[in-house]
Design a protein around this ligand. Structure first.
Ligand SMILES: Nc1ncnc2c1ncn2[C@@H]1O[C@H](COP(=O)(O)OP(=O)(O)O)[C@@H](O)[C@H]1O
Ligand SMILES: [Mg+2]
Length: 359
């Protein structure tokens, strides 16, 4: 079906033709890293949603600036792709300071964390991603650094061993984690500000999508943006990835513009359903229904059966399925809900079976 209906449309088709070339050449699309950097919001104004969190942060930042002190250490938690790393960058920008970005698995040896702490300048932000994966030794080095801005170092051997207190400049640690529950108590207690990032609403995601399309020079209709937003699992990273896929389809199969119809067609081809579930999510839910009578079943069993690792299931698939009410976590394992049966098109689930899912 052509969406070019009249002269005005024809004119815009010509514009779209020209834009096609800039889309094709857009540096942002050269690789995933460029893409992420191009579209990552740098300020609170372009960082969409998370309104309550932004308001609290703005106040903390203004207070820190008035006191001429660094911001308290911050911990952000929530599922992947909701904007934790992005927010750390926005805060650095707002504070007017540099940010050093690392992640816990890169801080395996004591010298890794000592090195990075000693390289910090006054006021700088240190961002540690996946902070729940920090090992015990690294954590213990971090405690005095966070609390008193000191490094406790030992020198010498046996009887000659000495502890040296090395002062550090005042810095702000921003930790991010998908699993706040796995953070040790003492580490969690050393963060002054702890915040959870929420899934985004359809309207917020539509804004993210329109902004990304604008940066990439892709024409998109309001309905087209909403069609993608509906299937983005409340997650900006997924929304942006889908914009790219849908834009490819629009460019190859049509005139480059994203309309509702084109968005829906290409998302259908990508097998992303109207809840935003992909084939991994569906095979996980179908497995619980078909092989385990709706559950409960242990996560390891599920992982082995669908060929995914436990961490991916827990970190990537589950948070949205839990929030959408399609999966439940119980002490005896995971189980599905009547809504899951309905969503996957199992019509004849009997009422007793439904009840047994809850009691
Ligand atoms: N609030 C937001 N507004 C606009 N885009 C966002 C927002 N949050 C995240 N994004 C986009 O989603 C992508 C993933 O965000 P990121 O900060 O890397 O997530 P996380 O660190 O939580 O896994 C980024 O490329 C960014 O462009
Ligand atoms: Mg991140």
């Amino acid at each position: 079906m052509s969406i070019i209906a009249d002269d005005n449309d024809f004119k815009s088709k010509n514009i779209a033709e020209k834009k096609k070339h800039s889309v094709l050449k857009c540096e942002c699309l050269e690789n995933d890293k460029n893409f992420e950097n191009c579209i990552r919001p740098k300020s609170f104004d372009t960082y969409i949603g998370q309104t309550a969190l932004k308001e609290t942060l703005k106040i903390s930042i203004a207070a820190a600036k008035k006191r001429e002190l660094p911001l308290d250490h911050l911990l952000f938690y929530g599922p992947p792709g909701l904007g934790k790393t992005t927010l750390a960058g926005v805060i650095a920008e707002q504070m007017g300071v540099d940010i050093k970005i690392t992640s816990a698995p890169a801080l395996e040896r004591p010298r890794d964390i000592i090195g990075i702490l000693m390289s910090l300048k006054g006021g700088e932000i240190l961002f540690i991603d996946e902070i729940h994966r920090l090992n015990k030794v690294a954590e213990e080095i971090l405690y005095p650094a966070m609390e008193d801005f000191f490094l406790d170092m030992t020198t010498g051997k046996a009887q000659t061993v000495k502890t040296l207190r090395v002062p550090l400049p005042k810095f702000t640690l921003i930790g991010a984690t998908t699993k706040a529950g796995e953070l040790s108590g003492p580490l969690r207690d050393r963060f002054g500000i702890i915040h959870r990032l929420e899934f985004y609403t359809e309207d917020e995601l539509a804004q993210v999508i329109k902004r990304t399309a604008g940066i990439l020079n892709i024409e998109i209709s309001e309905q087209g943006a909403h069609a993608i937003a509906k299937r983005s699992r409340g997650t900006p990273r997924i929304a942006n990835r889908l914009v790219k896929r849908v834009a490819d389809y629009a460019l190859v199969k049509h005139d480059g513009r994203i309309t509702e119809d084109i968005a829906n067609k290409s998302l259908d081809i990508l097998k992303i359903d109207n809840y935003g579930l992909d084939s991994t999510d569906r095979s996980l839910l179908k497995l619980i229904i078909e092989k385990y009578d709706g559950g409960p079943v242990g996560i390891e069993t599920i992982a082995a059966a669908i060929g995914e690792d436990v961490r991916t299931i827990e970190d990537v698939c589950e948070p949205f399925l839990l929030q959408a009410g399609l999966l439940q976590r119980t002490p005896r394992g995971r189980k599905v809900s009547p809504a899951t049966y309905r969503h996957l098109g199992y019509k004849n689930i009997d009422i007793n079976e439904q009840k047994s899912l809850f009691y």
